[in-house]
Design a protein around this ligand. Structure first.
Ligand SMILES: [Zn+2]
Length: 407
């Protein structure tokens, strides 16, 4: 695939495709046709996801309406209470949440939500966007199943500019009205098998869904194109190990596609390695790897970069992407990304478009990942040990919220 063909795919997929939506399915079908053009037949595997349709979402602060978006799957409710800005998760701050509508910074993570519930919060407000940007965008957020575990309080998301103005004037009370229809829906993985000489296989993954405001060119049509190009290469080139390509749905909703794939034991029985692509080929920035595997793999990748004259840095760690469910099931996993400086390309907002991508950089990144895949796939014995070291198991426990990170 050359730079021009790659940029054409970014153009074809320049639309929002949230996990479980019709647009996401449209992209799944688009990927299938791209594979068909290469003479390859993939399959679509569906899995259940929680869906919701907001019917009404209102936030009133001291009686004045603030533009907001209601949290999907956060129930239907109306609450009015004193407003409290939880600036930090220390005990003193948390003890002030009782009976209040609580505003927090950043994402609503699992532990923050549990802390708020335990301390008696009755509703929540998050904010996103950037106070210094001209737009007043508000991301469509959801209360994830893994976060609420059946315990829901209503919440809304607002723009950072309004959050600042609420706190600046010392607002006293808030009222949240949230009405929605919640239902079970489907999201989809696209799976392509290229059988090898042995039964064991390497899984190559990349998610193709986006968040609510994002066309997701960088995050992560780039990785999706990456594994398309790698599939095209290996359809015509030898590989001793089988290769399975999985374009994952609903990654942005909590790695749901890769979790659904990894939940099936028979899928992983013969899997020896996961190679995951999440954000490559942007104009600016450096290429990195993140290996959730034995540390030897880090040395290998660093040597390979030197051998091929391809600058790469990275470390042994857990990556917030589809590699993690594999590692959690004992499959060594490595993610690749080109990380753009924050002031050149950002993700999960309306600025993630093909304007931040470079076809020639995509080609270079793909070449390196193809070279690595080829060495692993043609090894007499895949050299990466099929085990997860204890330090990584510990990090997986923290990432997957089974254990709190030490303060
Ligand atoms: Zn991503």
């Amino acid at each position: 695939m050359d730079a021009k063909q790659i940029m054409k795919i970014f153009e074809d997929t320049a639309y929002v495709r949230m996990g479980g939506s019709q647009e996401e399915l449209r992209t799944a079908k688009y990927l299938m046709t791209k594979l068909e053009d290469m003479g390859l037949k993939a399959a679509i595997e569906e899995f259940d996801v929680d869906m919701a349709e907001i019917e009404d979402a209102q936030l009133l602060v001291d009686g004045i309406c603030v533009t907001c978006k209601g949290y999907l799957n956060a129930g239907t409710a109306e609450v009015e209470a004193p407003l409290y800005y939880l600036r930090s998760s220390d005990k003193v701050s948390l003890s002030q949440c009782k009976g209040k509508i609580v505003m927090v910074d950043g994402y609503l993570g699992y532990w923050r939500y549990q802390d708020m519930l335990e301390n008696g919060a009755v509703g929540f407000i998050t904010y996103d966007g950037n106070a210094n940007y001209a737009d007043r965008d508000i991301d469509q957020r959801e209360l994830r199943k893994a976060t609420h575990k059946g315990n829901k309080i209503p919440g809304v998301n607002i723009n950072a500019k309004d959050a600042i103005s609420i706190i600046r004037k010392g607002a006293k009370t808030a009222k949240i009205l949230l009405k929605q229809r919640e239902f079970e829906g489907k999201s989809h993985n696209v799976v392509l098998d290229l059988p090898g000489e042995v039964d064991e296989y390497i899984a190559l993954t990349a998610h193709y869904d986006s968040t609510s405001l994002s066309q997701g060119a960088y995050d992560n049509m780039s990785g999706s194109v990456g594994i398309l190009a790698i599939a095209e290469h290996f359809a015509k080139n030898p590989h001793r190990y089988g290769l399975r390509f999985i374009w994952c749905g609903s990654e942005e909703r909590g790695l749901l596609g890769s979790k659904a794939y990894c939940a099936k034991e028979e899928n992983l029985k013969n899997c020896v390695l996961n190679i995951n692509l999440d954000m490559i080929g942007c104009i600016m920035g450096k290429f990195i790897y993140c290996a959730t595997a034995e540390e030897k793999l880090c040395h290998y990748l660093s040597y390979l970069g030197s051998e091929l004259g391809f600058p790469i840095e990275g470390k042994q760690d857990v990556y917030s992407s589809d590699s993690t469910p594999f590692a959690d099931k004992g499959i060594p996993a490595v993610s690749f990304a080109r990380i753009a400086p924050q002031n050149t390309a950002t993700i999960h907002n309306s600025y993630d478009t093909l304007a931040v991508m470079k076809g020639e950089q995509m080609v270079e990144d793909i070449e390196f990942i193809t070279a690595f895949t080829s060495r692993m796939a043609n090894a007499v014995l895949c050299p990466v040990d099929k085990s997860i070291p204890d330090n990584m198991k510990d990090k997986l426990d923290i990432y997957l919220c089974r254990k709190r990170a030490p303060k």
